[in-house]
Design a protein around this ligand. Structure first.
Ligand SMILES: Cc1cc2nc3c(=O)[nH]c(=O)nc-3n(C[C@H](O)[C@H](O)[C@H](O)COP(=O)(O)OP(=O)(O)OC[C@H]3O[C@@H](n4cnc5c(N)ncnc54)[C@H](O)[C@@H]3O)c2cc1C
Length: 293
């Protein structure tokens, strides 16, 4: 049922990267909610697992002195949802966290596993895209920072080099301070379900205009993505229902929607246009602007 040929536990990142350098067959396991499903279905066989669960340093969420928000890769979705810093500073991520799975899954599934699994439907992804998150990857030879937009390479494919571990997710102060945001997960049902479309929007206002708008989409293409054309258009535009409608239309140009059993391409594009507008209207209010009718 679970074809496991070896199981190892590391207590520090250095220990984990050293073990990975010695044995390239090791497969990382965090909460196991994706890995174990793949093992159960036979997609992963003869697995040698390296667990990150005992590495305490990966389980913290903090605000650094320069205001950067630092989220440990092993933080569970329950922890992300309950964290007071994230709730106050970047609620679009805590909204995404509570929309994910059910309580049992949220108690064990980690944000790092969600990102490294490489799924376009990952509930954390659209918010992290909209927040310009940077990923700290550590290997035996050292560490590097990768913007999340460069991390997703294709369905289930991410830019982790052999032997690397995602240790932290960083959000710089310039990317969240002064912004209001909104996350919307559209699924076939309210209870535990994978998104048909996920939209995360943040915006910063300047008097009656948009200073900046960032739009992250999940399940609008093979990987999560940003709506750069719509974002570029928004800069300096007057905050009005017409501008928001145009931003919604332009967002569709960035989507690479396809038909699946969950929804047709046309329906997903309709959702992009509609939900980007809804999310942006709420984000405007959350950024201190007036409600648009
Ligand atoms: C019933 C059920 C419901 C679900 N509902 C949702 C949902 O609503 N929304 C959603 O987004 N997902 C959902 N999922 C999918 C899954 O729970 C998430 O993707 C979860 O966040 C994965 O995290 P994990 O810690 O369990 O990862 P794991 O399964 O341990 O790992 C996932 C992948 O990431 C790698 N990995 C893990 N941590 C690291 C790291 N720090 N560095 C490098 N590589 C790493 C692993 O090697 C593996 O390839 C659901 C799963 C189940 C079983």
């Amino acid at each position: 049922m679970y074809d496991i040929s070896g199981y190892y536990e590391a207590e520090t990142v250095a220990e984990a990267t050293a073990l990975l350098a010695k044995n390239p067959n090791l497969r990382l396991i965090a909460g196991g909610t994706d890995v174990l499903i793949k093992m159960h279905s036979g997609q992963i066989a003869d697995a040698e697992l390296l667990s990150l669960r005992k590495i305490k340093s990966l389980n913290t969420i903090r605000k650094a002195e320069d205001g950067t928000i630092v989220i440990g890769a092993m933080a569970t979705f329950t922890k992300v949802f309950n964290d007071p810093i994230l709730r106050e500073m970047i609620p679009i991520l805590t909204e995404a966290a509570i929309s994910m799975g059910g309580p049992q899954i949220r108690n064990i599934a980690t944000i790092g596993g969600n990102v490294c699994n490489g799924a376009t439907s990952a509930d954390s992804a659209s918010s992290l895209f909209a927040l310009n998150a940077q990923l700290k990857l550590e290997g035996h030879q050292g560490e590097r920072l990768v913007p999340i937009r460069k991390f997703y390479l294709g369905p289930g494919k991410v830019a982790l080099q052999p032997g690397e571990i995602l240790t932290e997710i960083l959000i710089a102060p310039d990317d969240y301070q002064g912004f209001g945001g909104q996350y919307i997960k559209f699924a076939m049902r309210e209870a535990m379900d994978i998104a048909t479309l996920a939209v995360a929007v943040v915006c910063k206002l300047q008097a009656k205009t948009f200073a900046e708008v960032r739009i992250g989409l999940g399940v609008a293409g093979p990987t999560p993505l940003r709506c750069l054309e719509a974002e570029e258009y928004a800069k300096g535009q007057e905050i009005s229902a017409q501008t928001v409608a145009e931003i919604g239309k332009l967002a569709v140009n960035s989507a690479k929607a396809r038909t699946s059993w969950r929804a047709s391409k046309d329906y997903r594009e309709h959702l992009v246009e509609e939900l980007v507008q809804r999310a942006l209207k709420k984000a405007i209010v959350n950024a201190g602007g007036e409600e648009l009718v």
